[in-house]
Design a protein. Structure first.
Length: 255
């Protein structure tokens, strides 16, 4: 998800899909003063059923977090609360990978559920003294109108990988788009691997991951992607999502 300096352009590019994740662009509206959130709400009222969307975000684990399983507990409780609030919406499926110092979180659900997760993530970072969970989150991609789920349930795993920060000069040589694409491709393969274990416990056993160690994204790659200025924070994304999309008509009417 690439974002540039103009808010309208940023939001359009953040909503632009990668074919790998089958993202459908948000159609431009004739009413330029409506926010994206308003447009999506109006669209949902016309849809015969709730559409499926996917969110992937990265973050640093707070150094003050004593038990990393608290992260899984926090989001599990949030999902239950949101499910009660949006009782007619899609449930949440996905995968939370908890590294020694970082996380990768994939979520599939309705827009209401996913944007509520983003608001909670924003609030976590703004209220660190109350809930020290994660820091410096970045949105890797938001995919819209998916034909089917990649994950059958929501799982998590606390990974026992070396907490190292190697020299990643070779990673830095790759374009931003290539690094993101490779990460999403790896996560897609991981999701397809989990389809072989539909009745796996919520906390994934080591045996499932031991069969595909090459599908565990290196922690250094996650650390590197969090440095990408092209990726939006939850607060930035929600700002564009809730802001009016005012497209100057002069630029459209020029010959």
């Amino acid at each position: 998800m690439l974002v540039f300096n103009v808010s309208g352009s940023a939001m359009r590019k953040s909503e632009r899909g990668m074919e790998l994740w089958q993202i459908t662009d948000t159609s431009p509206s004739e009413e330029r003063t409506k926010s994206l959130s308003q447009l999506l709400r109006e669209r949902r009222t016309k849809e015969p059923k709730s559409l499926l969307h996917r969110l992937v975000f990265l973050a640093k684990v707070s150094p003050h977090l004593a038990d990393k399983r608290d992260l899984a507990e926090h989001w599990e409780q949030l999902f239950v609360s949101l499910q009660h609030h949006y009782y007619q919406d899609e449930g949440v499926t996905g995968l939370l990978l908890i590294y020694p110092a970082h996380i990768v979180h994939i979520l599939e659900s309705s827009t209401d559920m996913l944007y509520s997760v983003l608001r909670d993530l924003r609030d976590i970072e703004q209220q660190q003294q109350q809930r020290e969970l994660v820091l410096d989150a970045k949105i890797l991609v938001m995919s819209h109108n998916l034909p089917s789920r990649l994950f059958q349930q929501w799982n998590y795993k606390v990974l026992s990988v070396p907490e190292t920060h190697l020299s990643y000069d070779s990673i830095r040589e790759e374009p931003v788009e290539a690094t993101i694409h490779e990460c999403l491709a790896t996560l897609t393969k991981f999701g397809k691997h989990l389809l072989k274990y539909p009745k796996s416990p919520q906390n994934l056993p080591d045996t499932i991951l031991a069969k595909v160690p090459e599908l565990i994204i290196p922690q250094d790659t996650i650390c590197h992607m969090l440095e990408f200025q092209e990726l939006l924070t939850p607060a930035q994304y929600l700002h564009y999502y809730d802001s009016p999309m005012d497209i100057p008509m002069d630029s459209v009417n020029k010959p």
